[in-house]
Design a protein. Structure first.
Length: 387
């Protein structure tokens, strides 16, 4: 795993897309079907704007830095000081590891099940094959991740396009009726926010775009914009054609169109899980390396191998993994990202960076982000209880 590599603009954008496009998107249509498309569209817009804001806050924080450190080190640098600060940094480091392990294990679990079903092999073998493909790319570093993400995102868009075209040739009746309770609405908001979350990919974009750091905010906007488009199209199509929206929505969508579409649906899911695994596990490997100085290969192993162990041990189910990871990460982010940006503005290496949030980085929007992510944490915690 080598670092300090240059990414193209689309590769950087694709890493941001890939980080968030995985399991969350798979669960959004099911939760949207419990609330109605009108509620979904409102929450989608709110979630997109809120997510965009906090990702750009991280981008500004890194603009004040001469390096491209991951968030754990940024929190340690600007929020935690003295002996107590060292302890808090290590505690946060451990919490991030646990949250990411749950996240990554979810992707391995989903990928292994898909391979098992398509190939007719035992699930545990599917898990190992998925791990080999997912972790193997990350071993070769940032550039390999960027290239893989780019082509996987293109392939996912092709899959969505084919399935959408086929959907529109069938009886198609999306419902915009408002239904569901506040509990189901909070769960939907939490899952949509989780689907947009790519916070730890922003440092990767900064590192890869070191040749023109002004492109970082644009890469964030484009990467999240692709994520928005995919989430919107999939949810409308799935709820409009499926007689029963399944928890992993692509499976039900493929079956509703025909056997051939089932293959494309599963291909999309597998690619989505891979892109998320690549981006998240690379970020986690960097976190390990920055904090513990283990070296690239050992850090890669620490970031990936435990996720396989968790899946084989059958820790919990697919949607349960999503709720655990989403709740933990949202709460940590809500508490720490905003004060970190404020600290970077005062004490960062670069006082006048190439780009800042300007008006949208003022105190009002900082409060909006904190409140919004606390609500996200509540919604994410509710998800496993939704039937």
């Amino acid at each position: 795993m080598q670092q300090k590599k240059t990414l193209t603009f689309f590769e950087a954008s694709s890493i941001i897309t890939g980080f968030g496009v995985g399991g969350g998107i798979m669960a959004v249509p099911y939760l949207a079907s419990l609330n109605g498309l009108s509620v979904f569209l409102v929450l989608l817009i709110v979630a997109y704007l809120l997510s965009m804001l906090i990702h750009l806050m991280i981008a500004e924080t890194l603009m004040h830095e001469s390096s491209s450190s991951q968030l754990v080190e940024l929190f340690g640098r600007y929020l935690f000081s003295g002996k107590g600060g060292i302890i808090f940094t290590w505690i946060f480091f451990v919490l991030i590891i646990l949250a990411f392990y749950a996240n990554l294990a979810a992707y391995l679990a989903g990928g292994g099940e898909i391979i098992s079903e398509l190939a007719g092999i035992p699930v545990w073998i599917g898990h190992i094959i998925t791990y080999a493909v997912a972790a193997g790319v990350v071993f070769f570093g940032l550039k390999a991740v960027g290239i893989s993400e780019k082509y996987a995102v293109i392939a996912m868009l092709v899959c969505v396009g084919i399935l959408s075209a086929a959907t529109l040739m069938k009886p198609f009746a999306p419902s915009f009726a408002v239904k569901g309770s506040m509990k189901e609405g909070l769960a939907l908001f939490g899952m949509v926010m989780f689907a947009f979350s790519a916070l730890f990919s922003v440092p990767q974009a900064v590192e890869g775009l070191h040749w023109n750091r002004k492109l970082v905010p644009r890469a964030v906007i484009v990467g999240m914009g692709i994520n928005l488009f995919i989430t919107l199209v999939i949810t409308i199509m799935v709820t409009g054609i499926s007689t029963e929206v399944t928890r992993v929505a692509m499976i039900g969508w493929g079956r509703a169109i025909g056997d051939w579409a089932f293959i494309f649906g599963n291909l999309f899911i597998f690619l989505a899980l891979l892109t998320s695994y690549w981006a998240i596990s690379f970020a986690l490997a960097v976190v390990f390396n920055e904090r513990m100085k283990l070296g690239d290969k050992v850090s890669w192993l620490c970031a990936t191998l435990p996720t396989l162990v968790i899946v084989v041990a059958q820790f919990t189910d697919f949607v349960g993994f999503m709720g655990i990871a989403g709740s933990a990460i949202a709460l940590l982010v809500a508490i720490l990202v905003v004060p970190t940006m404020r600290g970077a503005r005062k004490h960062g290496d670069i006082k006048n960076p190439e780009w800042t949030l300007g008006f949208f980085g003022n105190t009002f929007f900082q409060v909006v982000v904190i409140v919004g992510f606390i609500i996200t944490a509540i919604g994410s915690a509710i998800i496993p209880s939704i039937k």
